[in-house]
Design a protein around this ligand. Structure first.
Ligand code: IPD
Ligand code: CA
Ligand code: CA
Length: 256
């Protein structure tokens, strides 16, 4: 399954990279004025699903643009064909393909592919996380003052700010630095790679985090919701870290 996920991510990534600057139609997703989608998101998703179906016709799929299949199946592929759509549409080369695989509700494998840097992040449960075949390990920063953190803001921030701005201000004061890449899947991959020490976001979907969550765990980090409970990728909030700064991050989030 991992081999097929890599093939699908590479194919979709190649398509995304070739499509930069060639978007014909941009639509706003219903009820969310900032949440955009184009024929390129859908084209990448169709390519991924075609490859998966060719190899595993009975598996279930949950994909951002086409939704979920209802077929009962032990294995479910969770797909974000283009994470970082706003960057992509503005020509900012920070976007990726994310594919996570669940078996009986447990994350067992995942792939994130950044076609701009040709970086392929992969993991299998219990087998470690890798970047282009090299084993990943989270960072060793032990305090927020030594940490570079990353976050994202929800598209519906005006209607549902959910303290995102307060969290941002508190972390800005506590950390060495704070970034906002615009791709949650890359944020999580970078925590696994030790490039960032921690990440949080208040309103994500399962396809944003399925693969990246597994990378962080397999690279020795910690994943939770914002109350410190074990992460459930279907419940929106997420806090990821190298483990060492996790409690300090939870304290900041719960102060806001
Ligand atoms: C978005 C990105 C962004 C995050 C948003 C996501 P999309 O996904 O991951 O970083 O802040 O919450 O929805 O729409 O580009 O696939
Ligand atoms: Ca996404
Ligand atoms: Ca997307």
């Amino acid at each position: 399954m991992l081999t097929v996920a890599i093939e699908a991510a590479r194919e979709a990534g190649r398509f995304l990279k070739l499509s930069v600057g060639k978007v014909r139609s941009i639509e706003v997703k219903q009820g969310e004025e900032r949440n955009l989608v184009s024929e390129i998101d859908r084209g990448a998703e169709a390519r991924i699903i075609a490859i998966i179906k060719r190899h595993f016709p009975t598996h279930a799929i949950l994909a951002e643009e086409s939704g979920g299949s209802t077929a009962p199946a032990d294995v479910r592929w969770i797909i974000d064909p283009l994470d970082g759509t706003t960057n992509f549409l503005h020509g900012v080369p920070i976007f990726c393909v994310s594919i996570g695989i669940e078996r009986k509700g447990e994350l067992v494998a995942g792939v994130v592919y950044d076609p701009n840097l040709d970086e392929m992040f992969t993991a299998e449960k219990g087998g470690g996380a890798y970047l282009n075949g090299k084993r990943l390990k989270v960072s060793s920063s032990a305090s927020l003052a030594d940490s570079l953190l990353v976050t994202g803001f929800p598209y519906d921030i005006t209607a549902n700010p959910n303290n995102a701005v307060e969290h941002f201000v508190h972390f800005l004061m506590a950390a060495r630095g704070l970034r906002r890449l615009g791709s949650a899947a890359m944020d999580l991959s970078y925590v696994a790679a030790g490039r960032f020490d921690g990440f949080w976001e208040v309103s994500l979907n399962p396809w944003d985090m399925a693969a990246g969550a597994l990378f962080v765990q397999e690279a020795g980090g910690r994943m939770s919701d914002m109350r410190g409970q074990p992460l459930n990728i279907y419940q929106k909030t997420v806090l990821a870290s190298n483990g060492l700064i996790h409690d300090a991050m939870l304290a900041v989030v719960n102060k806001a």
